[in-house]
Design a protein around this ligand. Structure first.
Ligand code: GDP
Length: 295
Protein backbone atom coordinates (compact mmCIF):
# COMPACT_ATOMS: atom_id res chain seq x y z
CA UNK A 1 0.00 0.00 0.00
CA UNK A 2 2.81 2.41 0.98
CA UNK A 3 6.12 2.72 -0.79
CA UNK A 4 8.98 1.62 1.39
CA UNK A 5 10.95 4.70 2.40
CA UNK A 6 14.20 2.83 2.81
CA UNK A 7 14.04 1.53 -0.80
CA UNK A 8 12.98 4.94 -2.01
CA UNK A 9 15.98 6.55 -0.34
CA UNK A 10 18.35 3.89 -1.64
CA UNK A 11 17.10 4.66 -5.11
CA UNK A 12 17.44 8.40 -4.56
CA UNK A 13 21.02 7.95 -3.39
CA UNK A 14 21.86 5.71 -6.35
CA UNK A 15 20.72 8.47 -8.65
CA UNK A 16 22.84 10.89 -6.69
CA UNK A 17 25.88 8.62 -6.87
CA UNK A 18 25.42 8.29 -10.62
CA UNK A 19 25.93 12.03 -10.80
CA UNK A 20 29.46 11.74 -9.43
CA UNK A 21 29.91 13.97 -6.42
CA UNK A 22 27.17 14.36 -3.89
CA UNK A 23 26.57 17.96 -3.14
CA UNK A 24 24.68 19.81 -0.46
CA UNK A 25 21.96 20.46 -3.02
CA UNK A 26 21.55 16.71 -3.61
CA UNK A 27 21.28 16.16 0.10
CA UNK A 28 18.65 18.85 0.31
CA UNK A 29 16.68 17.03 -2.41
CA UNK A 30 16.82 13.80 -0.44
CA UNK A 31 15.69 15.56 2.69
CA UNK A 32 12.78 16.94 0.72
CA UNK A 33 11.88 13.35 -0.16
CA UNK A 34 11.97 12.37 3.50
CA UNK A 35 9.93 15.41 4.46
CA UNK A 36 7.33 14.46 1.88
CA UNK A 37 7.17 10.93 3.27
CA UNK A 38 6.62 12.35 6.75
CA UNK A 39 3.91 14.71 5.54
CA UNK A 40 2.23 11.76 3.81
CA UNK A 41 2.32 10.02 7.17
CA UNK A 42 0.39 12.96 8.70
CA UNK A 43 3.34 14.50 10.51
CA UNK A 44 2.74 18.26 10.60
CA UNK A 45 4.99 20.51 8.50
CA UNK A 46 6.84 22.21 11.34
CA UNK A 47 7.71 18.92 13.00
CA UNK A 48 8.73 17.33 9.70
CA UNK A 49 10.99 20.26 8.87
CA UNK A 50 12.66 20.32 12.28
CA UNK A 51 13.19 16.58 12.03
CA UNK A 52 14.75 16.61 8.57
CA UNK A 53 17.01 19.52 9.48
CA UNK A 54 18.24 17.52 12.43
CA UNK A 55 18.62 14.28 10.46
CA UNK A 56 20.51 16.13 7.75
CA UNK A 57 23.14 17.21 10.25
CA UNK A 58 23.38 13.73 11.70
CA UNK A 59 23.54 12.12 8.24
CA UNK A 60 26.45 14.31 7.25
CA UNK A 61 28.18 13.57 10.54
CA UNK A 62 27.66 9.82 10.12
CA UNK A 63 29.09 9.59 6.62
CA UNK A 64 25.78 8.26 5.36
CA UNK A 65 26.55 9.46 1.87
CA UNK A 66 29.55 7.18 1.42
CA UNK A 67 27.90 4.09 2.93
CA UNK A 68 27.12 1.04 0.78
CA UNK A 69 23.41 1.28 1.58
CA UNK A 70 22.91 4.92 2.42
CA UNK A 71 19.14 4.55 2.32
CA UNK A 72 19.17 1.81 4.93
CA UNK A 73 21.62 3.62 7.16
CA UNK A 74 19.68 6.84 6.92
CA UNK A 75 16.44 5.00 7.63
CA UNK A 76 17.95 3.44 10.76
CA UNK A 77 19.21 6.82 11.86
CA UNK A 78 15.76 8.30 11.35
CA UNK A 79 14.14 5.36 13.11
CA UNK A 80 16.30 5.89 16.18
CA UNK A 81 15.71 9.61 16.10
CA UNK A 82 11.92 9.25 15.75
CA UNK A 83 11.82 6.70 18.58
CA UNK A 84 13.68 9.11 20.82
CA UNK A 85 11.43 12.02 19.84
CA UNK A 86 8.35 9.99 20.70
CA UNK A 87 9.61 9.29 24.19
CA UNK A 88 12.13 6.49 23.69
CA UNK A 89 10.37 3.94 25.85
CA UNK A 90 6.81 3.17 26.88
CA UNK A 91 5.20 5.50 29.43
CA UNK A 92 3.44 3.77 32.32
CA UNK A 93 0.26 4.88 34.03
CA UNK A 94 0.57 6.27 37.55
CA UNK A 95 -1.45 3.67 39.50
CA UNK A 96 -0.10 3.87 43.05
CA UNK A 97 -2.95 5.79 44.70
CA UNK A 98 -6.05 3.96 45.85
CA UNK A 99 -8.33 4.79 44.32
CA UNK A 100 -6.37 6.05 41.34
CA UNK A 101 -8.54 8.61 39.58
CA UNK A 102 -8.30 8.79 35.80
CA UNK A 103 -10.09 11.51 33.84
CA UNK A 104 -10.78 10.90 30.14
CA UNK A 105 -11.03 13.95 27.88
CA UNK A 106 -11.46 14.58 24.17
CA UNK A 107 -13.89 15.53 21.43
CA UNK A 108 -16.98 13.52 20.53
CA UNK A 109 -16.21 10.70 18.18
CA UNK A 110 -12.55 10.51 19.20
CA UNK A 111 -13.17 7.21 20.94
CA UNK A 112 -13.36 8.34 24.59
CA UNK A 113 -16.10 6.00 25.74
CA UNK A 114 -14.65 3.05 23.85
CA UNK A 115 -11.24 3.75 25.38
CA UNK A 116 -12.77 4.09 28.86
CA UNK A 117 -14.09 0.55 28.51
CA UNK A 118 -10.85 -0.75 27.02
CA UNK A 119 -8.76 0.80 29.78
CA UNK A 120 -10.95 -0.72 32.49
CA UNK A 121 -10.68 -4.08 30.78
CA UNK A 122 -6.90 -3.73 30.49
CA UNK A 123 -6.48 -2.74 34.14
CA UNK A 124 -8.74 -5.54 35.28
CA UNK A 125 -7.21 -8.30 33.19
CA UNK A 126 -3.52 -7.36 33.13
CA UNK A 127 -3.00 -5.27 36.28
CA UNK A 128 -5.39 -7.09 38.56
CA UNK A 129 -7.28 -3.87 39.36
CA UNK A 130 -10.88 -3.41 40.41
CA UNK A 131 -12.09 -0.41 38.39
CA UNK A 132 -15.30 1.59 38.58
CA UNK A 133 -16.45 3.58 35.56
CA UNK A 134 -18.22 6.92 35.91
CA UNK A 135 -20.49 8.19 33.13
CA UNK A 136 -20.04 11.94 33.44
CA UNK A 137 -21.84 13.14 30.30
CA UNK A 138 -24.99 15.06 31.25
CA UNK A 139 -25.92 15.96 27.66
CA UNK A 140 -26.12 12.66 25.85
CA UNK A 141 -28.05 9.90 27.62
CA UNK A 142 -26.88 7.63 24.80
CA UNK A 143 -23.31 8.06 26.04
CA UNK A 144 -24.36 6.71 29.43
CA UNK A 145 -26.11 3.77 27.76
CA UNK A 146 -23.00 3.09 25.69
CA UNK A 147 -20.76 3.00 28.75
CA UNK A 148 -23.19 0.74 30.59
CA UNK A 149 -23.20 -1.72 27.69
CA UNK A 150 -19.40 -1.76 27.66
CA UNK A 151 -19.26 -2.14 31.44
CA UNK A 152 -21.54 -5.17 31.24
CA UNK A 153 -19.46 -6.64 28.47
CA UNK A 154 -16.23 -6.48 30.47
CA UNK A 155 -17.78 -7.09 33.89
CA UNK A 156 -16.97 -3.66 35.35
CA UNK A 157 -19.63 -1.60 37.18
CA UNK A 158 -20.66 1.83 35.92
CA UNK A 159 -21.82 4.69 38.09
CA UNK A 160 -24.34 7.05 36.47
CA UNK A 161 -26.84 9.58 37.78
CA UNK A 162 -29.33 10.34 35.04
CA UNK A 163 -31.23 12.87 37.17
CA UNK A 164 -28.23 15.08 37.84
CA UNK A 165 -27.10 18.01 35.72
CA UNK A 166 -23.91 18.53 37.73
CA UNK A 167 -20.81 16.77 36.34
CA UNK A 168 -18.71 17.72 39.40
CA UNK A 169 -21.26 16.15 41.75
CA UNK A 170 -21.53 13.01 39.59
CA UNK A 171 -17.75 12.58 39.58
CA UNK A 172 -17.62 13.03 43.36
CA UNK A 173 -20.46 10.56 43.89
CA UNK A 174 -18.66 8.02 41.72
CA UNK A 175 -15.46 8.35 43.70
CA UNK A 176 -17.34 8.06 46.99
CA UNK A 177 -19.00 4.89 45.74
CA UNK A 178 -15.63 3.51 44.65
CA UNK A 179 -14.19 4.06 48.14
CA UNK A 180 -17.23 2.46 49.71
CA UNK A 181 -17.03 -0.63 47.48
CA UNK A 182 -13.26 -1.06 47.49
CA UNK A 183 -12.54 -0.06 43.88
CA UNK A 184 -8.90 0.93 43.43
CA UNK A 185 -9.33 2.72 40.08
CA UNK A 186 -12.03 5.19 39.02
CA UNK A 187 -12.22 6.09 35.34
CA UNK A 188 -14.35 9.14 34.56
CA UNK A 189 -15.68 9.42 31.01
CA UNK A 190 -16.44 13.11 30.41
CA UNK A 191 -18.69 14.89 27.91
CA UNK A 192 -17.16 15.97 24.62
CA UNK A 193 -18.36 18.22 21.82
CA UNK A 194 -18.01 18.04 18.07
CA UNK A 195 -15.55 20.93 18.19
CA UNK A 196 -13.62 22.71 20.91
CA UNK A 197 -16.00 24.79 22.93
CA UNK A 198 -15.51 27.05 25.94
CA UNK A 199 -18.35 25.56 28.00
CA UNK A 200 -16.89 22.08 27.60
CA UNK A 201 -13.45 23.27 28.68
CA UNK A 202 -14.82 25.08 31.74
CA UNK A 203 -16.81 22.01 32.71
CA UNK A 204 -13.92 19.59 32.46
CA UNK A 205 -11.63 22.02 34.31
CA UNK A 206 -14.19 22.12 37.12
CA UNK A 207 -14.26 18.33 37.28
CA UNK A 208 -10.48 18.24 37.25
CA UNK A 209 -10.19 20.77 40.07
CA UNK A 210 -12.80 18.96 42.15
CA UNK A 211 -11.44 15.42 41.86
CA UNK A 212 -7.69 16.06 41.39
CA UNK A 213 -7.10 13.14 39.02
CA UNK A 214 -3.81 11.23 39.05
CA UNK A 215 -4.04 10.80 35.31
CA UNK A 216 -5.78 12.93 32.69
CA UNK A 217 -5.77 11.10 29.39
CA UNK A 218 -6.53 13.01 26.22
CA UNK A 219 -8.13 10.79 23.57
CA UNK A 220 -7.68 11.77 19.93
CA UNK A 221 -8.51 10.19 16.59
CA UNK A 222 -5.27 9.48 14.73
CA UNK A 223 -7.10 9.83 11.41
CA UNK A 224 -7.76 13.55 11.93
CA UNK A 225 -4.24 14.65 10.98
CA UNK A 226 -3.47 18.28 11.65
CA UNK A 227 -6.70 18.75 13.61
CA UNK A 228 -5.44 16.18 16.10
CA UNK A 229 -2.43 18.35 16.82
CA UNK A 230 -4.45 21.56 17.20
CA UNK A 231 -6.97 19.88 19.48
CA UNK A 232 -4.22 18.35 21.60
CA UNK A 233 -2.64 21.77 22.05
CA UNK A 234 -5.87 23.44 23.20
CA UNK A 235 -6.74 20.61 25.60
CA UNK A 236 -3.23 20.56 27.02
CA UNK A 237 -3.14 24.32 27.53
CA UNK A 238 -6.33 24.08 29.56
CA UNK A 239 -5.95 20.75 31.32
CA UNK A 240 -2.24 20.01 31.44
CA UNK A 241 -3.03 16.36 30.72
CA UNK A 242 -0.72 13.52 31.69
CA UNK A 243 -0.90 11.44 28.55
CA UNK A 244 -2.35 10.93 25.10
CA UNK A 245 -4.37 8.06 23.65
CA UNK A 246 -4.27 7.76 19.87
CA UNK A 247 -7.27 5.88 18.56
CA UNK A 248 -8.17 4.26 15.24
CA UNK A 249 -4.65 3.22 14.35
CA UNK A 250 -6.19 0.16 12.72
CA UNK A 251 -7.16 2.57 9.93
CA UNK A 252 -4.83 3.39 7.08
CA UNK A 253 -3.06 6.33 8.68
CA UNK A 254 0.67 6.01 9.08
CA UNK A 255 0.34 7.52 12.54
CA UNK A 256 2.42 10.65 12.09
CA UNK A 257 0.04 12.41 14.49
CA UNK A 258 1.93 10.60 17.25
CA UNK A 259 5.12 12.45 16.41
CA UNK A 260 3.43 15.81 15.84
CA UNK A 261 1.44 15.68 19.06
CA UNK A 262 4.43 14.64 21.11
CA UNK A 263 6.54 17.42 19.67
CA UNK A 264 3.83 20.07 20.11
CA UNK A 265 2.55 19.24 23.61
CA UNK A 266 5.51 17.23 24.91
CA UNK A 267 3.35 14.73 26.76
CA UNK A 268 3.77 10.97 26.46
CA UNK A 269 1.51 8.87 24.28
CA UNK A 270 0.42 6.09 26.60
CA UNK A 271 -1.97 3.93 24.59
CA UNK A 272 -3.14 3.29 21.07
CA UNK A 273 -6.56 2.06 19.99
CA UNK A 274 -6.50 -0.51 17.22
CA UNK A 275 -10.13 -1.43 16.75
CA UNK A 276 -13.64 -1.24 18.14
CA UNK A 277 -13.43 -4.31 20.36
CA UNK A 278 -12.58 -4.06 24.06
CA UNK A 279 -9.32 -5.97 23.54
CA UNK A 280 -8.13 -3.63 20.77
CA UNK A 281 -5.85 -1.57 22.99
CA UNK A 282 -2.06 -1.50 23.06
CA UNK A 283 0.49 0.23 25.20
CA UNK A 284 2.29 2.76 22.99
CA UNK A 285 5.73 1.64 21.77
CA UNK A 286 7.72 4.53 20.25
CA UNK A 287 10.01 2.21 18.26
CA UNK A 288 7.08 0.41 16.62
CA UNK A 289 5.45 3.72 15.75
CA UNK A 290 8.71 5.00 14.27
CA UNK A 291 8.85 1.99 11.93
CA UNK A 292 5.23 2.50 11.01
CA UNK A 293 5.74 6.19 10.20
CA UNK A 294 8.76 5.47 8.03
CA UNK A 295 7.10 2.45 6.40
P1 GDP B 1 -16.56 9.31 21.98
O1 GDP B 1 -17.66 10.14 21.39
O2 GDP B 1 -15.26 10.04 22.04
O3 GDP B 1 -16.92 8.68 23.29
O4 GDP B 1 -16.28 8.14 20.93
P2 GDP B 1 -16.76 6.62 20.92
O5 GDP B 1 -16.04 5.83 21.95
O6 GDP B 1 -18.24 6.55 20.92
O7 GDP B 1 -16.18 6.16 19.52
C1 GDP B 1 -16.65 6.71 18.29
C2 GDP B 1 -16.61 5.62 17.23
O8 GDP B 1 -15.28 5.25 16.98
C3 GDP B 1 -17.34 4.34 17.63
O9 GDP B 1 -17.98 3.82 16.51
C4 GDP B 1 -16.20 3.42 18.07
O10 GDP B 1 -16.53 2.06 17.90
C5 GDP B 1 -15.10 3.85 17.15
N1 GDP B 1 -13.75 3.61 17.70
C6 GDP B 1 -13.24 3.98 18.89
N2 GDP B 1 -11.95 3.60 19.01
C7 GDP B 1 -11.63 2.98 17.85
C8 GDP B 1 -10.42 2.37 17.33
O11 GDP B 1 -9.35 2.33 17.95
N3 GDP B 1 -10.50 1.85 16.06
C9 GDP B 1 -11.66 1.89 15.33
N4 GDP B 1 -11.64 1.36 14.11
N5 GDP B 1 -12.79 2.45 15.78
C10 GDP B 1 -12.78 2.98 17.02
Amino acid sequence: MFENLSDKLDRAFKVLKGQGTITEINVAETMKEIRKALLDADVNYKTAKAFTDDVRQKALGNNVLTAISPGQLLTKLMNDELTELMGGTTAELELKASPTIILIAGLNGAGKTTFTGKLANYLKTTKNKKPLLVADDIYRPAAIDQLEVLGQQIGVPVYANRDSKDPVAIAREGIALARQNGHNVVIIDTAGRLAIDEAMMVEIEQVKNAVQPHEILFVVDSMTGQDAVNTAKVFNDRLDFTGVVLTKLDGDTRGGAALSIKSVVNKPIKFIGTGEKMEALDVFHPDRMASRILG
